[in-house]
Design a protein around this ligand. Structure first.
Ligand SMILES: C[S@@+](CC[C@H](N)C(=O)[O-])C[C@H]1O[C@@H](n2cnc3c(N)ncnc32)[C@H](O)[C@@H]1O
Length: 288
């Protein structure tokens, strides 16, 4: 375990302590095993990662060298889907599996359309908590809060005081499970977790979901997924039908289905829109 201090070998990668709320100084970062948030950060070109994370990421990249392109496409999906929801009147976002802040975070995308949109960020990794509280909390009309909680205990998320500070579950909410459900194993009942969240939502709410898949090349996908074997969570890539099933009870937005490329509002074309080999799917569903 490494405690955050400005003298640690990797501390320059973290926010300065004077940028971090005092309570966060007590947070301890485990550098003995790779963490999914930090692997993702490395793959996206970030600096909030440690040697163990970089080693795991390099293992993954040896099998799937083009994975970073899919991750950037996933960020584009996140931003487009948040704007999509905000354009349809959603003013509350519950973003579970936030990740280490990078460009175009949920509240930034939402505020492009609706400056009063509120965001409850939730993640189970303490490094995300430190960065999130330092960089992403906002006391303005478009308030954001940050909660450390685990998706495997959805009821704890639904009742967390910091979530309830900005989310009113009697009004429509966009629940975001963007690139997180593949860290929930089959035996941890991901479908039941999504159903528990769905059942807490008011009509008009949305599910914004993306998920890793090896449909493009199962052998390479499996080899790459092995890179998460000893990480804070293992990777379970799922096929099209299994990802689609997470939208049970939701009506998929037009054109219906989940897809590697997602742009129903015809936002300006991005170079990523023409990428062919994509390691995942994204989609948005509405609760009627
Ligand atoms: C791949 S990142 C995705 C970040 C962001 N949603 C995106 O798509 O850009 C996955 C995030 O989910 C978090 N995570 C993984 N398992 C989790 C769990 N069981 N509960 C809460 N957060 C989890 C990780 O810490 C990490 O920050």
């Amino acid at each position: 375990m490494t405690s955050i201090s400005n003298s640690d070998e990797d501390a320059w990668r973290l926010p300065r302590l004077d940028e971090v709320a005092s309570e966060s100084a007590a947070v301890r970062i485990d550098t003995s095993i790779p963490h999914t948030a930090r692997i993702y950060d490395y793959l996206l070109g970030g600096k909030s990662n440690f040697a163990v994370d970089r080693a795991a990421a390099e293992h993954i990249l040896a099998a799937i060298p083009d994975l970073p392109t899919t991750l950037r496409l996933n960020r584009l999906f996140l931003q487009r889907s948040v704007r999509y929801a905000a354009r349809r009147g959603i003013r509350q976002f519950l973003d579970i599996g936030t990740g280490i802040p990078t460009g175009g975070n949920t509240h930034e995308a939402a505020h492009q359309v609706a400056p009063d949109a509120r965001v409850a960020y939730v993640d189970n990794d303490p490094i995300v908590l430190v960065h999130g509280r330092a960089l992403m909390t906002d006391d303005g009309p478009g308030r954001t809060t940050f909660t450390q909680a685990d998706l495997r205990d959805p009821k704890a998320i639904l009742t967390a005081p910091e979530v309830l500070e900005v989310i009113d579950f009697t009004e429509p909410v966009a629940v975001m499970l963007v690139a997180i459900l593949h860290f929930i194993k089959d035996e941890e009942n991901p479908a039941e977790i999504v159903a528990t969240l769905r059942d807490a939502l008011a009509p008009g709410s949305m599910l914004i979901l993306s998920h890793a898949s090896s449909d493009a090349d199962p052998a390479r996908g499996q080899a790459g997924a092995a890179g998460w074997k000893n990480a804070s969570a293992e990777m379970t890539m799922r096929g099209y039908d299994r990802v689609l099933a997470f939208f049970d009870g939701f009506e998929l937005v037009e054109p219906p289905g989940i897809r590697p490329h997602w742009n129903p509002d015809n936002e300006p074309e991005d170079a990523l829109d023409s990428v062919e080999n994509v390691w995942g799917y994204g989609g948005v569903g509405t609760l009627r």
